[in-house]
Design a protein. Structure first.
Ligand code: PNS
Length: 161
């Protein structure tokens, strides 16, 4: 069975990678899709985010990296995929995720949202936390893979220059 794992991935963290690994234990094929969250202003372009993800999962033949601008349900319909994966870290995620799952179900009745629990060691971790710490020169190497840490360093240098 196929599934889509959508998100901003700005940038991808070890928490997201943990969800990808978990999803692959259940689903045969996974589409990791960089999307636009109208509530957020990304620091990396969609191309940069896709490139970072591809560097990390591109070696897996059953994982595809894609980008979609617009409604998530339209992407799922286009790809003829009926399952969408979201990670849950803590109860604080629940309200927003529930709203999204219900709204998506209203927009496309055939769709199912499957929630996977992030490993407890990543329960505090978010892309926004990573961005904040990296912007202030903190070490994020425990939270993101080396290619992402490097991209954050480069972004900071570019901002200074
Ligand atoms: O990583 P995020 O920012 O929590 O991911 C949220 C995302 C991008 C999956 C969500 O904002 C989304 O689905 N955006 C596409 C627009 C859409 O379909 N909105 C309706 C969702 S109820």
């Amino acid at each position: 069975m196929k599934a889509v794992y959508p998100g901003s991935f700005d940038p991808i963290t070890y928490g997201h990678l943990d969800i990808i690994e978990r999803a692959l234990k259940i689903f045969d094929e996974l589409w990791v899709v960089v999307m636009v969250n109208p509530r957020k202003k990304p620091i990396f372009t969609a191309q940069e985010r896709m490139k970072m993800i591809s560097q990390l999962v591109g070696g897996k033949r059953n994982v595809h990296v894609d980008y979609h601008e617009g409604l998530l349900v339209d992407y799922l319909k286009k790809q003829e995929i009926k399952v969408l994966i979201r990670g849950l870290r803590a109860v604080t995620d629940f309200q927003y995720e529930l709203e999204m799952a219900i709204a998506n179900k209203h927009l496309c009745g055939e769709l199912e949202t499957v929630f996977l629990m992030t490993d407890e060691k990543f329960s505090f971790l978010s892309s926004s936390l990573v961005r904040e710490v990296a912007a202030m020169g903190g070490d994020v190497s425990l939270w993101v893979p080396p290619n992402v840490a490097e991209a954050l360093r480069k972004l900071k240098l570019d901002a200074v220059i």
